[in-house]
Design a binder for this molecule. Structure first.
Ligand code: PHB
Length: 385
């Protein structure tokens, strides 16, 4: 097959890139190792920054988001005995939207703009330092396949083959704890997300809809979710989220999904090698504490689609040449913010750390400057930045 852009990976980064390119008249073919059903069911974070919502809306993908998503003015930050609301609209002029990555993925699949070959194996990238790169694979029936292109976009996450073809430095940070995440069939016990510091460990009350809650507990690395019965989970959430504090109650319900997520930061420099460009998790991973992963992928893809349209339509190489630096500036900002939120909210077991965290939380919730810093980063910078 021949196309202009061969895209490896049909997650949100790959499908959104194909969609934006198609709208500008640039052809692409996407190859994906998983099945359509697997990719669509994958559970990921659920917060969209203001600029992500604007972009999806402009791209014609905002109908269900506006009908079914939930706009939030801010979040709650709390620790034992105190709960504070930070109003991002008031502080930074921006709201955020609760709309799961699973839903964004469904909207992208429903738009049917991308031509996707699912369930391929042995995907390999070739000649990426020339202007005739190509991708080979084995299709689901065991036949060899090949996509010839002008450019390859690696949107295949941290386990895909693309990033290994980009030489450069790799910066990484592993965190000494994980999250136990659950989905529960129960109405959220809060109108907006609660981020809770607690001596037993961090907890987060998020949500997916008016009837589905998403909750997380800090747990030690290597935790087996089987060790956590539903009762133990609800007891820990109630303690850490402050059930009974000022009359607030956490309503438990049936848990439908339970999994442990590692926490790590990972940034690759560069995001380009010749005709190969990386976007999303293939280039960087953030811990989930600031809900930045999907938003960063969307921001990368916006920059990349503009760069590729200029390159392939006008033979203008400037945006392609600055893509890696432009994208990495935002990536490092989000990486710092995610690290900062993570470090402020997770207990390390060190009592000195605990006092610093509580002092930081008091400052962030009582100083307008402190609160505005968090709000600007959480609700997101302009895509133009
Ligand atoms: C989620 O809803 O899954 C979620 C929300 C906020 C976060 C992380 C995850 O910071």
């Amino acid at each position: 097959m021949k196309t202009e852009v061969a895209i490896v990976g049909a997650g949100p980064a790959g499908l959104l890139l194909a969609h934006l390119l198609a709208r500008a008249g640039v052809s692409s073919i996407v190859v994906e190792s998983r099945s359509r059903e697997y990719v669509a069911a994958r559970i990921r974070a659920g917060i969209l920054e203001h600029s992500s919502v604007e972009l999806l809306t402009e791209a014609g993908l905002g109908d269900r988001l506006h009908a079914e998503g939930d706009e939030h003015r801010g979040v709650y930050l709390q620790w034992p005995g105190a709960r504070h609301h930070l109003d991002f609209v008031d502080l930074a002029g921006r709201s955020v939207w609760v709309y799961g990555q699973t839903e964004v993925q469904k909207d992208l699949v429903a738009a049917r703009t991308a031509e996707v070959v699912y369930e391929v194996s042995d995907t390999a990238l070739h000649d990426v330092t020339t202007d005739r790169p190509y991708v080979t694979y084995t299709d689901r029936d065991g036949r060899p396949g090949r996509v010839d292109a002008r450019v390859v976009a690696g949107c295949d996450g941290s386990f895909g083959p693309s990033h290994a073809s980009v030489p450069g430095e790799e910066f990484a940070r592993a965190y000494p704890y994980s999250w136990l995440g659950v989905l529960a069939d129960v109405a959220p016990s809060t109108d907006e997300l609660i981020y809770a510091w607690h001596p037993d460990g961090f907890a987060l009350h998020s949500m997916r809809s008016a009837t589905v809650s998403r909750l997380y507990l800090q747990v030690p690395n290597g935790t087996d979710p089987g060790q956590w019965s539903d009762q133990r989970i609800w007891d820990a959430l109630a303690a850490r989220l402050g059930h009974g504090q000022d009359g607030w109650r956490l309503k438990p319900g049936p848990i439908t999904e339970k999994s442990v997520l590692p926490m790590r930061s990972h940034v690759r420099t560069s995001m380009r090698h010749g005709s190969l460009f990386l976007a999303g998790d293939a280039a960087h991973i953030v811990p989930p504490t600031g809900a930045k992963g999907l938003n960063l992928a969307i921001a990368d893809v916006v920059l990349l689609s503009r760069a590729l349209v200029a390159l392939l339509r006008e033979h203008d190489t400037r945006l392609a040449d600055s893509y890696s630096d432009d994208a990495l500036r935002r990536v490092w900002r989000a990486t710092h913010f995610s690290w900062w939120m993570t470090s402020m909210l997770h207990t390390s077991g060190d009592p000195f750390d605990a006092q610093l965290q509580l002092s930081q939380l008091r400052w962030v919730t009582s100083s307008r400057a402190g609160a505005t810093g968090l709000a600007e980063n959480y609700a997101g910078l302009d895509l133009a930045h």
